[in-house]
Design a protein around this ligand. Structure first.
Ligand code: NAD
Ligand code: MG
Length: 380
């Protein structure tokens, strides 16, 4: 169980909800990091009094340093400053809530420093699954999932026997804001349309990933690494209400699911208190009030990103990293209004087809793939 925390990406959606959980649980906060939101990080430093803080953006770090000079916190800067906090703070647990590939280096730094890792940053496992899982194993530290679906599966696997007798994982998807729409109807949707998610309030990048269903593709790859399953043994089901957060089916066809209100503070807290459970700030689920739950097959033809991710993890090696970085670039370009919604999948597919084959890879290879994918997407 966690006693002290380093939160990476503390100013974001998961980061601030993690601080809610920390406040309630009375955890000591040893380090906080963010990209450039100086105001929010300053307020968090004043409330939680960490020994260390870092901002990835150099100018923001300099500004923060002046603002919090009276608090005694040591302020570091750049990606190295973030990785330093991940490895060198006195925290026993690092909660990685950074968005995107930038989370990979601090994840590896935390694992090498033998910290328990509560992982929200799914891109870390998609881009470097093999490297990350090996690093965790070599250092004998657990990776505790924060993503709600993976927390659900992790909870459903508690008490399973050694050989698990696991038949498949059932990964639920909300379907996002464009559920039921045809490709023709999606031709001209804007970032503002995509940012209106029906059930969850999240950061902009993941909200767009939920609209394209890329998020579910990334989560498929995340599940393959976290739970050592074949991608063919992961079934994706659209469940509009986001109450069943995912489930597992055992060999006897018994299905065990985890349910609750859609509030990330439940999975965040479980990652911190595991294997124990504590009272939560989140309300109770009332099934009678809910009334019904609905389930649908995903529309794979319209929402092509899921199968692009499936192809990438089947091909293995650096293909998932290529697809992840291509998506980060295309997602950002869509949010800036530079490309259309349907072009996100087109550009990701082009990168999947052009990426070089390389079954075994290093951290440097991932960075090289990242550059290649972003340039290819930008090139059109
Ligand atoms: P967000 O955009 O709200 O917050 C991202 C955080 O990362 C911010 O604190 C930001 O300052 C920091 N950051 C951004 N770029 C950085 C960089 N280059 N270096 C260092 N720090 C950087 O994002 P979010 O919605 O909180 O999502 C965070 C992660 O959690 C993502 O990987 C997302 O897929 C995952 N996740 C989020 C939710 C959710 O409900 N928001 C649910 C499941 C999983
Ligand atoms: Mg999720």
């Amino acid at each position: 169980m966690t006693r002290s925390l380093c939160i990476l990406g503390s100013t974001g959606s998961i980061g601030t909800q993690s601080l809610d959980v920390a406040r309630l649980g009375g955890y000591t906060v040893e380090a906080l990091t963010a990209y450039s939101d100086v105001k929010t990080l300053e307020a968090q430093i004043r409330e939680f009094r960490p020994a260390l803080a870092a901002m990835a953006d150099e100018a923001a770090a300099a500004d923060l340093k002046t603002r919090v000079a009276d608090t005694g916190v040591r302020v570091l800067s750049g990606p190295e400053g973030v990785a330093y906090c991940a490895a060198e703070s006195r925290a026993d647990t690092v909660l990685n809530a950074v968005v995107g590939m930038a989370g990979l280096a601090p994840t590896l730094a935390a694992l090498r420093a033998k910290k328990r890792l509560a992982l929200a940053n799914k891109e870390t496992l998609v881009a470097g699954g093999q490297l990350v899982m090996e690093t965790a194993k070599q250092n004998g530290v657990p990776i505790l999932p924060v993503d709600s679906e993976h927390s659900a599966i992790f909870q459903c696997l508690q008490g399973a026997s050694e050989n698990r007798a696991l038949k498949k994982l059932i990964l639920t998807a909300s379907g996002g804001p464009f559920f039921g729409k045809t490709a023709a109807e999606l031709q001209n949707v804007t970032a503002a349309d995509a940012l209106r998610h029906p059930n969850w309030s999240m950061g902009a990048k993941i909200t767009v990933d939920s609209a394209t269903l890329m998020n579910k593709g990334l989560e498929l790859i995340e599940a393959v690494w976290l739970f050592s399953v074949s991608p063919d043994d992961v079934q994706i089901v659209v469940h509009r209400e986001s109450i069943l957060h995912s489930a597992v089916m055992y060999d006897d066809n018994s299905v065990i699911g985890q349910l609750g209100l859609p509030d990330m503070r439940i999975p965040i807290q479980y990652a911190l208190t595991y294997p124990e459970r504590l009272p939560s700030p989140v309300g109770e689920l009332d099934l009678a009030k809910l009334g019904r739950m609905t389930f649908y097959e995903p529309d794979y033809e319209t929402f092509r990103c899921i199968n692009l991710c499936r192809r990438a993890i089947h091909k293995g090696g650096l293909y998932p990293a290529a697809v992840n970085s291509a998506n980060e670039q295309a997602n950002a370009m869509f949010r800036r209004g530079e490309i259309g919604f349907l072009e996100i999948a087109d550009r990701v597919e082009r990168v999947l087809e052009a990426a070089p084959e390389k079954p075994a890879y290093t951290y440097e290879d991932i960075l090289e793939t990242d550059r290649f994918a972003r340039e290819t997407v930008q090139g059109g």
